[in-house]
Design a protein. Structure first.
Length: 302
């Protein structure tokens, strides 16, 4: 099998996360929102998870949300994992520095794996999900959140149009994100059972596009494309992009809107006890009878 294309520079991503670690708390509102949502989903599942791993733990948003949750008593050991050693520095409890593309866990060794806003930086999302599924025990649970395709659509458009106008062409300055419509199929392709995906669209208001870009830097979410744009951003290009941003996306109060699309996944490692789809033709009642309507056969083509 051929290797997946190298979209992202993982070493550069680790450096960006290390750089962001010291002041991450100043821009972790999306991490905390996604972590709280994962914990709320976990609360609805009345079972114990003796061994759990938090991938992309960053500064511990999931662990902190879990500690204040009714589900805390049902989660045993929680190992916090991250690509960035600086993100894990100074935190208590078991921790491990790892790459989500090369998980070190033994097959069938974990009851629960969560991933909070990290999988969108993997070069092979399905491959990462396959590794997660293999690390789970049968009927083990995966909960994950990552940024979807509509994320930063305003910034992407403004930068692209400014560059086309000033330079006669445009390259990639904002990393691509997976289409949210394909999210459930990612789980299916990775072999998960009972896959569920849904989307949380968050609109954040900024006083200026540069404030947005500063937040992205502090989140460790700046562009790490392996094939990065050969030209650096100039003041002239940034100024024109800000003008376009204002023309299209500024509100009546003069503030700028930025879209973040958080896609949340829920999937289970397969197990015989799970509900199974019926085989075609095994139904014991016709749909028309169940709905109480008269069935009209479709006319045949002559």
């Amino acid at each position: 099998m051929s290797a997946p294309p190298r979209l992202f520079d993982r070493a550069l991503h680790a450096k960006r996360l290390n750089r962001a670690a010291g002041g991450f708390a100043a821009a972790d509102f999306l991490q905390r929102r996604a972590a709280l949502d994962l914990v709320e989903r976990l609360e609805a599942i009345m079972r114990d998870f003796p061994r759990a791993v938090d991938l992309s733990a960053r500064r511990g948003a999931f662990a902190e949300a879990l500690a204040e949750s009714e589900a805390a008593s049902r989660v045993g050991v929680l190992v916090e994992a991250d690509l960035s050693p600086a993100m894990l520095a100074g935190r208590g409890g078991p921790r491990v520095v790892l790459d989500e593309e090369r998980l070190p866990f033994a097959p069938g060794s974990l009851d629960l794996i969560v991933s909070t806003l990290g999988l969108h930086w993997t070069n092979d999302v399905v491959g990462a999900l396959v590794q997660i599924r293999r690390a789970l025990k049968p009927d083990g649970l995966f909960l994950g959140a990552f940024f979807g395709g509509s994320t930063l659509t305003e910034l992407r458009q403004a930068l692209t149009d400014a560059e086309s106008e000033l330079l006669g062409g445009a390259g990639s300055r904002v990393s691509p994100f997976a289409d949210s419509r394909d999210a459930a199929s990612l789980l299916q392709r990775a072999g998960f059972a009972l896959p569920v995906a849904d989307v949380d669209r968050v609109n954040v208001s900024y006083e200026h596009p540069l404030r947005l870009m500063a937040d992205l830097r502090q989140m460790g979410e700046t562009n790490v494309l392996a094939d990065r744009h050969p030209r650096a951003l100039t003041r002239t290009l940034l100024a024109r992009a800000a003008e376009i941003y204002a023309e299209r996306f500024a509100g009546a109060d003069g503030r700028f809107s930025a879209t973040f699309e958080i896609v949340t996944l829920t999937g289970w490692a397969p197990h015989d006890s799970q509900p199974q789809p019926l085989k075609p033709g095994s139904a014991k009642m016709r749909l028309a009878d169940a709905l109480g309507v008269v069935e009209h056969p479709l006319p045949r083509d002559e």
